[in-house]
Design a protein around this ligand. Structure first.
Ligand code: ARG
Length: 543
């Protein structure tokens, strides 16, 4: 039908069914395709040969889940998580962390070289007041580590003083200048403050299995900022207006502010410096920014400024804002606690653990599992559900946070998939088939795929690489989630219709194990594991 339109534009009249028939008639004979026929207004149905599908399943079983070919290995930088020092890490940062990590895992799966960068907000004017307040409150901070565990409260105190005490305000401003010129005492105070925050953040990363996240905050780019401003000046891209140095970028209606009227740098400057560093020092092929959609204008302006400066060609270097919508509460309003405060991430994770524990107890799992197994299951479910709920929604939409929905063991949730996976894994065990027996059967036992449900499941399994390829294009991880959910559905249909293990009705003893079907179960489990690994969701052997 697409061809008909193309031909029409060239003044040629054609009929879609006829074109389809011509294509179908001319598909050369090959081992993959059984037959090709035309349906409806001009659709072409392609039927796979059984031999091909069986071959592919055997490959999957003997070689494991292999990634699709994606061409040359790329150096991929992912700007993700990026909370702000001395401020609470909020649900927006949680989304960036979860989505960012899944994208990293996806890129790693296909063989790319991935660098996870935490672009921490660690260099703003707020540090002036934090440093000045620290110096007042804990004058011996250079020798004794100050007890500032509650950094939020500390921040509020200093803000209070900043707004009310003129002398303090002057000192706060002076501290920023001193910090930016690396005055040792100020740097020490700044480091102490950053360490407290980083320590808090790292607890969250640990709980969520976020590994290899490199801290490289805005401060990291300070030494390059003056150079970057100079480069932009030389290219004639900057201009001074009302005392500030700005940069108009072709195609954008808001300029970047590169230097403030007091001589200080901005968020824009740090992102321009980061782009320069990432393109020239890191020599990245791809730059992915997993940041909320509210920052789209800022980021796109920076990318186009980098292109205007000739640092990159946006047609060949993949520089992409992988944006996401805001998190809403069940009332569809901005996600807040009942008292209207922003939800603290630690408390959110704790609540997830409590709810998952309650759910597992409701189902009597505490009676079946020992303590260690129960705790492993509780964590896998809680964190898995929080991640999956986020990943299974189209990231560009706003997303409603609901513990009830994410822990529903019947819906498209992590716990549903985890249960399904565990059941598949336990089939062999229940039939007294050892892993080595399965291993030995691979390639020896012939798959039949004669039953329509076996055929359907097998075809679904083969789609996994296509899903991965598509995700490499759009980074819409809900596509992978939907696929895994569909795979579980295909498996259930197969399980309901086909005997895998036949048991004696009266004694319950295993009378026959259909090894070919058990291999299909194994293949399903392998694909699920690969999917879970990309999404960053834990599996447990017992739950
Ligand atoms: N710290 C920022 C925030 O909390 C996010 C940083 C995103 N990354 C970037 N390169 N600008 O909103």
């Amino acid at each position: 039908m697409g061809l008909v339109k193309m031909l029409k534009d060239k003044g040629v009249k054609a009929n879609p069914r006829e074109i389809a028939q011509n294509i179908a008639n001319n598909v050369p004979e090959n081992p993959l395709i059984e037959k090709v026929d035309v349906a409806g207004p001009g659709f072409i149905n392609v039927y796979l040969t059984k031999a091909y599908v069986i071959d592919e399943i055997n490959n999957l079983l003997s070689m494991g889940v292999r990634p699709p070919h994606v061409g040359a290995r790329k150096r991929v930088l992912v700007d993700m998580s990026s909370p702000n020092i001395a401020k609470e890490m909020h649900v927006g940062h949680l989304r960036s962390t979860i989505i960012g990590d899944a994208i990293c895992r996806l890129c790693e799966f296909v063989g790319h070289d991935v660098l996870r960068l935490n672009h921490l907000g660690d260099w703003g004017t707020q540090f002036g007041m934090l440093i000045a307040h620290l110096q007042d409150k804990f004058p011996n901070y250079l020798s004794v580590s100050p007890p500032i565990q509650d950094l939020m409260a500390f921040y509020r105190e200093s803000k209070q003083r900043f707004d009310n005490e003129e002398e303090f305000k002057v000192r706060a401003y002076a501290s920023v200048v001193k910090l930016q010129s690396y005055d040792p005492d100020c740097v020490k105070a700044w480091t102490l403050i950053c360490d407290v925050s980083r320590n808090e953040f790292s607890k969250i990363y640990k709980r969520l299995d976020i590994k290899n996240l490199v801290d490289r905050g805005e401060s990291y780019y300070q030494p390059i900022m003056p150079k970057v401003v100079e480069i932009l000046d030389k290219l004639g891209l900057t201009k001074v207006e009302d005392g500030r140095k700005i940069c108009w970028v072709p195609g954008h209606s808001v300029p970047l502010t590169i230097v403030k009227s007091d001589g200080g740098f901005t968020y824009d400057t740090s992102d321009m410096a980061a782009l320069h560093q990432r393109l020239f020092e890191e020599k990245a092929d791809w730059l992915l920014y997993v940041v909320d959609l509210g920052q789209n204008v800022h980021l796109e302006t920076c990318y186009d400024a980098a292109a205007a400066a000739g640092w990159c060609d946006r047609k060949t270097t993949r520089i992409e804002h992988v944006g996401f919508g805001v998190v809403l509460g069940e009332d569809k309003k901005k996600f807040k606690t009942r008292s209207g405060d922003t939800v603290r991430l630690v408390e959110l994770l704790d609540e997830g653990i409590r709810r998952s524990e309650a759910r597992l107890r409701e189902e009597g799992r505490d009676k079946v599992l020992n303590e260690e197994e129960f705790n492993a299951a509780k964590e896998a479910v809680a964190y898995g559900c929080i991640k999956y709920a986020d990943l299974s929604h189209n990231r560009v939409h706003d997303y409603v946070f609901s513990f009830d929905k994410m822990l529903d063991s019947k819906g498209n949730t992590a716990v549903y998939l985890q249960y399904a996976y565990m059941r598949i894994q336990s089939i062999a065990r229940a039939a007294n088939v050892k892993p080595e027996d399965i291993e030995a059967a691979i390639g020896k036992v012939q798959l039949s795929l004669d039953h329509p449900k076996e055929w359907k499941l097998a075809k679904c399994l083969l789609r996994f690489p296509d899903i991965v390829l598509r995700n490499m294009d759009d980074f819409l991880m809900h596509i992978l989630c939907e696929y895994l959910y569909e795979l579980c559905g295909c498996f259930t249909e197969f399980w309901d219709a086909c005997y895998v293990v036949e048991k004696d009705k009266t004694t319950g003893n295993v009378v026959k194990v259909n090894m070919d079907r058990l291999l299909l179960c194994t293949a399903t489990a392998r694909i699920m594991e690969a999917g879970f690994r990309i999404l960053g969701i834990r599996t447990v052997a017992k739950m």
